[in-house]
Structures are given as C-alpha cells and as structure tokens.
Design a binder for this molecule. Structure first.
Ligand code: 13P
Ligand code: SF4
Length: 310
C-alpha cells in the first residue's frame, strides 16, 4: 500500500487537513497541508473549513487546535506524543506559583495543557512572547512553564520583571555554551540561529533567536551560505531539503547531534493513515475548561494580529 496516496485519498474523502510541526519526521510533509511553528499552525487551525484536523505534532498542539476549532474533529496520530515541558506544570503547581505572586498577570507559553491555559491571562508562543509581554504594559509578569523563554523575554525587554516557573525543554537544554563556542571556531563564517527554549545564556550568544518558523525564514532570506542551527533536528533536515530544492547552495548544520525531541518523532505515516481511517485518537476537552483556555489563546491571536502584526 502506498501510504502517501492512501492518506491523500482519505483526506479528500473526509474533508480533512493535516497540520504538521517542523520537528516531525520529514516524510509527513508529503501529506501535510501546512508545516510550521505553533503560532502559524494555531492560525491555520482557527481558520480552516475542514471537518477533521489531524495534528502531526505533540498533545498540547492538538489540544490548542481543538480549543480554536471546537466543532471540528481533532485527531492526534500517536497518543504517546506528549511534550516534556508541558507536563512539568499542572493546575496545582500553577496555583501555588500564582499564590506566591498575587495580582501579577500570568503569561502562559502555548506548550501547556488546556487546564493550565484556563488559569492564565494570556497565551504566547516562541514567536510572539516578547511582543505579548511588551504589549501588556505592566512592570511585572508571571511566566509559565518555560523558565528560559521567560528569561529571554526579560532580557529583551529590560524594563519588565519576568518571574518564571521552573519548567524547561530537556531537548533544548542539551545545547551548551561550549557548543556555540565550538561552532564559532569550526565554522567561522556561519551564522548561529537559536530557539528561545535554549538556556538564555546560549540564546544570548546566537546571531538570531526565533521560533522554528522564524529560524527557517531567516535562513532562507539571508545571503549567507552557512548556518549552525540550535534547535531540533527536524528544522535542519527541512532547511537542507529546501536548499537543494531551490538550488540555494546553503549548508545547515545541527549544533549537536543529540538535539532530537523523542516525543515529536512518535507520529508516523502509518499512524496518520490509521487515525484518519478510523477517526481515532480524538481530542476532547471539558467544555468549562475549554471556554476559559480559549480566552487566553484568543487574546494572544487578536493582540498578535492587531498590534503585533506578525
Ligand atoms: P515553535 O512554536 O517555535 O515551533 O516551538 C514549539 C516547540 O515546542 C519548540 O520546542
Ligand atoms: Fe516539548 Fe521540548 Fe519537544 Fe518542544 S522540543 S515539544 S518543548 S519537549
């Protein structure tokens, strides 16, 4: 059976779309309608007319798609696809964090569950975190769960105190300062592009810091020829594939061969086929929680399109 062809037929028959994060196994791109970062995929989920969304990503991403498209069926191909960072905070931890810092607005990274989002004031992604916090116009915010993205926001804004929850991404934390120093020595003409989930001391040493999609766009537009990429391997694989496709002659080097998110690699073409065929692994969210969680995502999306204009 040709899985790619069969999935395409099923998509058509069921009016389904496939949203794919750029850390996924690259063969999934062949059946995908949109490939990108969390913000881009959330926007696609919000505006699609499809009846079914298959989310090739991790659990919180599929949950966010369901929050934005409550009347559509949202399916996650492999239920083992969790996010280790999102799992570091639950509602009890969050309540404690808030109680220790009363009356401070809470900004919640999209890498979190709907239950956690429901207890926060506004959501953000890696591409708009700095702008979201800036636009709140407050001297102090709580930021959960990613401590390093929060510290990066504080570093960029300077006049806002960002009190961070102690969550982190184990994959991005494998990138060390020495990796950056070694890359500078080995590839003196390369630019180093990093994701803000890296330790902020690592991000500070990079030439550009952005979301996965921003890194890819920056690299594609740049007139430089060599790039060291400080984020998950899937980004490097796609950049090298596209560079060959468009004859750009650019070279993309993964900063350290261990930068692979195991949770992002669970979904396979076979899982997508089975999920779509059987309409299994459906994401459902308690309506009370969904209603509150959606407010924090809607606020982010409306601020992003009206003020931030990303
Ligand atoms: P992006 O929004 O930059 O794609 O990040 C999602 C993520 O989980 C990175 O680890
Ligand atoms: Fe979560 Fe890190 Fe994997 Fe992103 S790379 S999905 S933050 S564990």
């Amino acid at each position: 059976m040709n899985l790619v062809e069969e999935i395409k037929k099923l998509k058509k028959a069921k009016n389904a779309i496939i949203l794919t994060h750029c850390y996924q196994n690259m063969e999934i791109d062949e059946v995908s309608d949109f490939v990108g970062d969390s913000l881009y995929l959330s926007r696609q989920a919000a505006k699609t007319n499809a009846d079914i969304i298959v989310f090739a990503g991790v659990f919180f991403m599929a949950q966010s798609a369901k929050l934005l498209s409550p009347n559509k069926k949202v399916l996650l191909p492999n239920m083992n696809s969790g996010c280790l960072m999102a799992d570091m905070i639950d509602v009890d931890n969050l309540k404690q964090f808030k109680a220790q810092n009363p009356d401070v607005p809470v900004v919640c990274y999209i890498n979190s569950t709907a239950e956690v989002k429901a207890q926060c004031d506004i959501c953000c992604t890696s591409s708009n975190a700095v702008d979201i916090v800036r636009n709140l116009n407050v001297p102090k915010v709580l930021f959960a769960p990613d401590t390093y993205l929060g510290k990066w926001v504080e570093h960029k804004l300077k006049n806002v105190e960002v009190i961070t929850f102690n969550g982190f991404c184990p994959t991005h934390l494998r990138i060390r300062i020495e990796d950056i120093q070694n890359a500078r020595t080995k590839y003196p003409n390369a630019l180093i592009l990093a994701h803000p989930e890296c330790h902020y001391e690592v991000s500070k040493l990079a030439d550009f810091v952005g979301s996965t999609k921003e890194i890819m766009e920056f690299a594609k537009k740049s007139d430089k020829k060599q790039f060291v990429i400080a984020t998950e391997k899937g980004v490097v694989e796609r950049l090298n594939r596209d560079s060959k496709l468009y004859n750009q002659g650019k070279e993309f080097i993964l900063i350290n061969e261990n930068i692979v998110c195991p949770n992002m690699k669970h979904n396979t073409l076979e899982d997508i086929y089975n999920t779509l065929l059987n309409e299994s692994n459906e994401i459902n969210i308690n309506p009370n929680i969904a209603q509150k969680a959606r407010i924090s995502i809607d606020k982010m999306l409306s601020l992003t399109s009206s003020v931030i204009n990303k």
